[in-house]
Design a protein around this ligand. Structure first.
Ligand code: URA
Length: 210
């Protein structure tokens, strides 16, 4: 597993406002969307392309276009939905799949309650999006499911990560073609599984409800 922390002043600026507890839901959603777009720019650095011959108003030239099979973007419901638009804005040809996962707040274990994506992901580049890499349980389970379906190149885009989650990912996904792209790795998890200092419950802050 490869970890990439995006070091950019605009990323740091938007993340600071997201963390601020005074930031209301509409502002939080807009900033999360903008931050995802910046992270997606880095996360798609190795997106596959193919040669494209085109004609400009001045003459013929050769460029590149995103290649087939199309990349797949998989938001993890519910909070990952708030990151979907930012991803597909940069990946206009992407197909979208969905994984519904819920974390038991006592055991902190993740389980799947809904799956909607192609059975066969062989040869596909997959971008899985979830705002918080906390204990890592949800993301590890999601990525194992993608790899089971044949995905050979998985990039997880998260707004924030905890060192504990990164460690679990490294342990559970050692030797797999997985990259994690994030705006920051914070200090630690607290006893409730929240990232410290973090930004609170990303789903609640996006959608304004529990
Ligand atoms: N999920 C969240 O929304 N926030 C955290 O800090 C940890 C998990």
């Amino acid at each position: 597993m490869r970890l990439q922390v995006v070091d950019h002043p605009l990323v740091a600026h938007k993340l600071t406002t997201l963390r601020d507890k005074r930031t209301d839901s509409p502002t939080f959603r807009r900033l999360a969307d903008e931050l995802v777009t910046l992270l997606a720019y880095e996360a798609t650095r190795d997106v596959r392309t193919e040669q494209a011959d085109i004609v400009t108003p001045v003459g013929p030239t050769t460029g590149v276009k995103l290649s087939y099979p199309r990349p797949l973007v998989v938001p993890i419901l519910r909070a990952g939905l708030g990151m979907l638009d930012g991803m597909v804005r940069l990946l206009p040809t992407a197909e979208v799949g969905f994984l519904g996962m819920v974390r038991n707040e006592e055991t902190l274990e993740a389980s799947t309650y809904a799956t909607r994506m192609p059975e066969d992901l062989s040869g596909r580049q997959v971008y899985v999006v979830d705002p918080m890499l906390a204990t890592g349980g949800t993301l590890v389970a999601a990525i194992k499911e993608l790899i089971k379906r044949g995905a050979d190149d998985v990039t997880a885009v998260v707004l924030l990560a905890a060192p504990e989650g990164v460690e679990i990912m490294e342990r559970e996904l050692a030797g797999t073609p997985v990259t994690v792209v994030t705006a920051a790795v914070d200090e630690r998890l607290n006893e409730h599984g929240y990232i410290v200092p973090g930004l609170g419950d990303a789903g609640d802050r996006m959608y304004g409800s529990a």
